[in-house]
Each structure stands twice: as structure tokens, then as C-alpha cells.
Design a protein around this ligand. Sequence first.
Ligand code: FES
Ligand code: FES
Length: 377
Amino acid sequence: MKTIEMTVNGERVQALVEPRTHLADFLRDHQRLTGTHLGCEHGVCGACTVLIDGQPARACITYAVQCEGSEVRTIEGFEDDALMNELRAAFSREHALQCGFCTPGMLIAARDLVLRLPGAHERRIREEMSGNLCRCTGYVGIVHAVASVVQARGASNETPVAQAPTASSAPRFTPVEDRAEEKRQSASPVGAGTRIEDEVIVKHPLERVWAAFADMPGVAACLPGAEITESAGSSVKGRITVKFGPMRAAFAGAAALERDEAAKRGVIRGAGQDALSSSRARGDITYSLSDAGGGSTRIALGIDYSLQGPLAQFSRGGLVKEFVGRMVAEFAANLDRRLAAGTLAPPPAAQLDAGKVFWKWLWSRIKAIFKLRRRAL
Ligand code: FES
Ligand code: FES
């Protein structure tokens, strides 16, 4: 058993819990805050969504001990929140709930959306809310309710309440009815999804690395879980497989490469769908190469992606950063091996198991918590 302390809805709480207790059980059983619902308990349905340090998170896949010292806000903690009250009224007005089981999670996700994306149009609202499932299938009412709040706030030019926008990639404000903007965002391969940046250095000269990056099948062979099924010039078709604990996703789709020889910069634009979960992904991988000295090359990577469907919950948070960081490190190591061997056709890279990344990440978080507490004693 472990004593933990955190702030829940503005109040400091302390409790003795088993390390395996997840945050949703802690809130429901220890704090009697039963507004946080449990549906799938696999991080898929979003019923258990709460705010942890201002960010929406799945309480069912977050251990309570991970929240040591954090600020947790549940649906019960929004009584005096103007925006939440607007959303509640809109949900009632637009018939956005039937049994109401998904509603607490929907409201918390919707509030975050309105704060981050004050100009979100209907398509974007559907995309952003796709990580919250309603078993009564009342999505039209939910989308209308959120859109009406976005629109009303845009019309009154009201500034967001209580919380600053969190996504660095939040787009500029545009009214809901701005169809030109909707078209522009729809035409963009990624829209305003999640952006992750990383950098690696490989011990090979710039020109050699640049030449290797022109070979799409070769680049794909360095990416864990990627496989090319068709290749024609700078365009390829293929799939990338990742495992996330009990979930396995295989995104099949197409990608195209654009290169700027003078700037030594390129972008791979791709989109794919996982048939099993019906999740869709779109992404741009931008790379920029520069001389790192001593015959080495610096590869600056920018990864912009958006996920729709049941896997959309993996769009945010430190976990996905950890996963991408590990993927980039494996890519660099494979590229390094490939360049050292001087072969254009290395064996396909092994699939990356995000489940292992999850446990590694979780273990590092738990160790950090205990280390912090020891220092405090
Ligand atoms: Fe947590 Fe479904 S109960 S995501
Ligand atoms: Fe019943 Fe959404 S209203 S699950």
C-alpha cells in the first residue's frame, strides 16, 4: 500500500492505495466522485476522461500513484465554470445525450476542444471528439452542441475562461461558418493535429545520408513495423504496424516524398487506415539534414499527425512522445547500420511494440515519483 497526495477539484486529498489502483477507481471508490464513468477500462471509450494538470487524460489507464502531487479535475469540479455551463446547456438543448453515460467524458473533452480550437468547424469537432464514444450513438446532437458553443463564443468574441490553450499547434481563430477555412483545413494533409519534433545525429556524411533519404523503400525498411507493398518513383503504398498493449493497429495507406535539394529538406506525406479499429491516420514527416561536423549528419525531424477513431486517444500526452522518441531512435540505428553496410536492401525492421514503451514509460514515471518523495523526506 502507498500513501498518495494530490489535489482533486481544488481540495488537497490524501489516501492509502494499492499501487495497482487506477485513477478512476481512486476517484470513484476513495473520493466518492462517481461522475467519472468507467466503460471499456482500456483507454478506448473516453468515458473516464478527467483533467490532470489541465490536460485531458484517461483515468482508467492512469495509476493513482502517477498523480502524486498533481491537480486532478473531474466533472464534479466544474460547477462554477462558465464554459462548462454553456456546454451543459447546449447538450440539453441539442439533445446531445440519451443515457448520459458518456456525457461527463464528452463534456470534459468538448471543453478542452473549445479552449484549444476556438475556430473549430464541424469536421474538426468530429475529428477531435472521435476519441470519445457514445454507446447510444448520439453524435449528431453532440457535434451540434459543441459547434453551437464554439459559434456563440466566436460571435460574442469572448476569450477562453480559466485555462489557456494547451496545444502549440492550435490554429488561428475562424468562425464556425467559415467554409473556406474548413476547406483549407480539410485539404491540408494533417490539419492542425499533433506535432512532435526530434533530432538525431548519424555518423555518416551529409551527402550520403541525403542520398539514402531519396530511397523510399530503404527509408521504410529502417522504420520499425513499416512495409512497402508498391513503389513508383517518389510514391509508395504500404503499411505500418504498431502494438499498443492489447491493441494492434496496422495502418495501410500511401505516402509521397517531396524533396528540396538545395535546402536538404524533404517531407513524406502519408495517410492510412487501420481496418480493425477503423481508425484513420494522416501525417507528414519533415526532415532537414545539416552537417554536424566530423563526418556526421544532424537529422531534424518534425512529425505532424492526426488520428481519428478509437485510437485517437493516443494523440496526446507524454506516452506518445516516448513512443515516437523510441521509434526515431530505432530508425536512426537502422539507418546507421544500413549506411555502414552500404546496402540498399536491409531486412525489414522489426515491429515496434508500444506496449513495451508504455511499461518502460510507466516504470520511469513511478521511479521518478518515489525518488521525488524520498528527496522530500
Ligand atoms: Fe477509460 Fe473507456 S473507461 S477510456
Ligand atoms: Fe448513452 Fe452516450 S448518451 S452512451
